[in-house]
Write a protein that binds this ligand. Sequence first.
Ligand code: RTP
Ligand code: MG
Length: 141
Amino acid sequence: MALERTLSIVKPDAVAKNVIGEIYSRFEKAGLKIVAAKMKHLSRAEAEGFYAVHRERPFFNALVEFMSSGPVTIQALEGEDAIAKNRELMGATNPKEAAAGTIRADFADSIDANAVHGSDAAETAAQEIAYFFEPNEIFSR
Ligand code: RTP
Ligand code: MG
C-alpha cells in the first residue's frame, strides 16, 4: 500500500444541505487526513478548467453550471491508498447505483447533484491538487 494524496470536493448540493462535517467525519473515520482545505465559489471558468477532460461530453455544460452554482469545500486527503479509499467512501457516480452507506447513497440527489468529487488516478490527483493548492497550503501529517 502506498501513502497517497487525493483531491476531494464537497459539491454545492452537499454544502447547501449542511453536511460538510458529516462528510469530513467519514474521511477521518476511514483514516484519511485532511491536509489542505478551503471554501470557494467557483467561477464558470474555474469549473470548466477543473473538468476540462469532460469538455466534449454531453453533460459538460450542466456539470459546469452546477459546480459554479454555489460554494464548495475543496480538500486534499492523505492516507494509505487515499485515491481508491475516497472513491469507495463516495460510491458510484449515480446515487441510484451507489452502495448503501456511501456518501452519495446517503447525501446525493441525482447524477448531477452528487455531493462529492474525488480524483480517479494518481496522475489526475496530482494535477487536481495543484489546480487548487499552492505547495505551502498543504500540511502533510
Ligand atoms: P467526479 O469526477 O465529480 O468525482 O465524478 P465521477 O468521477 O464519479 O464521474 P465522472 O465520470 O468523472 O463525471 C464527472 C461528473 O459529471 C456528471 N456526470 N453526468 N449525465 C451523465 O451521464 C453524467 N455522467 C457524469 C456527474 O455529476 C459526475 O460526478
Ligand atoms: Mg471523475
